[in-house]
Design a protein around this ligand. Structure first.
Ligand SMILES: [Zn+2]
Length: 360
């Protein structure tokens, strides 16, 4: 399948449209749903500012700090698009928007490098002046956070008619309103759900499908009592964060043993996802597609093959599309350097088999 692309840059601009323009800075709230998106857009969200770089210190963390860039380059090499102008670029999320979910105390705490070092799991960061930490780590994370919200809007907007979108970043599922952790400084999933439920687009039931290897405890704490949200979380129960309190928010927990392999993993996904759709009848899916399930990942400790990840994404897209439920995919964890290749292959596969239609 060949995707015909047109991008925001090709459209006429009006005041409302400019709020989502990839090329124009905007001071407007990224949480508001007050824009027009033109048809023909390829709803992949990315910008080069996603990358985390601070004088090589990022190499002390097993996380591939340039995962989005690597995927972007592989998708470009796979002819999914021609240049960065053909993908959708988010603006940086503002402090005011972050405060729609986060506490002032938490946002204020990020002005101290010692606190950020704990969240980023890079101890030497405590010696780095905070303005450098802000510029090199937190700012890229703020772009990725806005990217999750923008991707959800693209999946939802009737004028694009696609029903899907992918943010080449985000999925910070360990961060809640008042606490960061596990490399997650902002609660992009809670913010995205909040935007969806207040969008005025009829979204009343959001399924959060979390297939990262770790339990998603951040948004779970934030959305504990929200009956508009159903959490299905499939994770290795023997690893971080083992958050028993957050677990109370999970409506369908699928706990996996270390070294679970493809056949068991995919069978459990199919069965439980069908039941989640039947039980909750969601009208939007937030898919947290962590690739730290891959065999050899030092933190996920599961044994899923690249082919298993590709089939997993296919199952999720197929089930959502068969029910006409819009879906946004966030990348979340994935600590192997080979993760980017697997994700790019999976996206190219979704395109090849027709699960990434673009409205013209
Ligand atoms: Zn993870």
């Amino acid at each position: 399948m060949c995707l015909k692309l047109s991008c925001f840059r090709t459209r006429s601009s009006s005041a409302s449209e400019d709020k989502l323009s990839p090329n124009l800075p905007s001071s407007s709230s990224v949480l508001k749903f007050d824009h027009t998106i033109h048809t023909g857009v390829l709803p992949i969200v990315y910008r080069s500012e996603y990358g985390v770089k601070f004088c090589g210190l990022q190499k002390l963390h097993p996380f591939d700090a340039a995962k989005g860039e690597h995927i972007y380059k592989l998708l470009k090499a796979g002819n999914l698009f021609i240049s960065e102008d053909d993908v959708c670029k988010p603006d940086e999320i503002s402090t005011d928007d972050l405060l729609e979910v986060h506490t002032k105390r938490y946002i204020g705490s990020l002005k101290w490098s010692v606190n950020v070092a704990k969240i980023a799991e890079i101890p030497p960061l405590i010696f780095v002046p905070n303005y450098i930490v802000q510029r090199s780590y937190l700012r890229p994370m703020r772009y990725q956070t806005a990217g999750s919200i923008l991707a959800a809007k693209l999946a939802l907007d009737s004028s694009t008619g696609t029903g899907w979108a992918i943010n080449l970043g985000g999925g910070f599922h360990h961060c809640s309103a008042d606490r960061g952790g596990g490399f997650c400084p902002y609660a992009d999933i809670t913010l995205t759900v909040k935007m969806l439920l207040s969008s005025g687009k009829g979204i009343e039931r959001v399924l959060i499908l979390d297939l990262d290897a770790h339990q998603g405890n951040g948004y779970a704490r934030d959305l504990m009592d929200d009956t508009s949200v159903f959490i299905m979380d499939m994770y290795n129960y023997r690893i971080y964060p083992k958050d028993q309190e957050a677990k109370l928010a999970i409506r369908r927990a699928v706990e996996l043993k270390p070294h679970t392999q493809d056949s068991e993993y995919l069978q459990k996904l199919r069965t439980n996802l069908v039941r989640s759709f039947e039980e909750f009848k969601p009208n939007f899916v937030v898919y947290n597609a962590g690739t730290d399930v891959l065999k050899g990942d030092p933190l996920g400790i599961l044994d899923i093959t690249p082919a298993g990840v590709i089939e997993r994404d296919e199952i999720v897209f197929q089930m959502a599309q068969a029910r006409h439920v819009p879906l946004v995919m966030l990348l979340s964890g994935g600590y192997l350097r080979s993760s980017a290749r697997v994700i790019a292959d999976s996206i190219l596969n979704l395109n090849r088999i027709g699960l990434m239609p673009v409205h013209q």
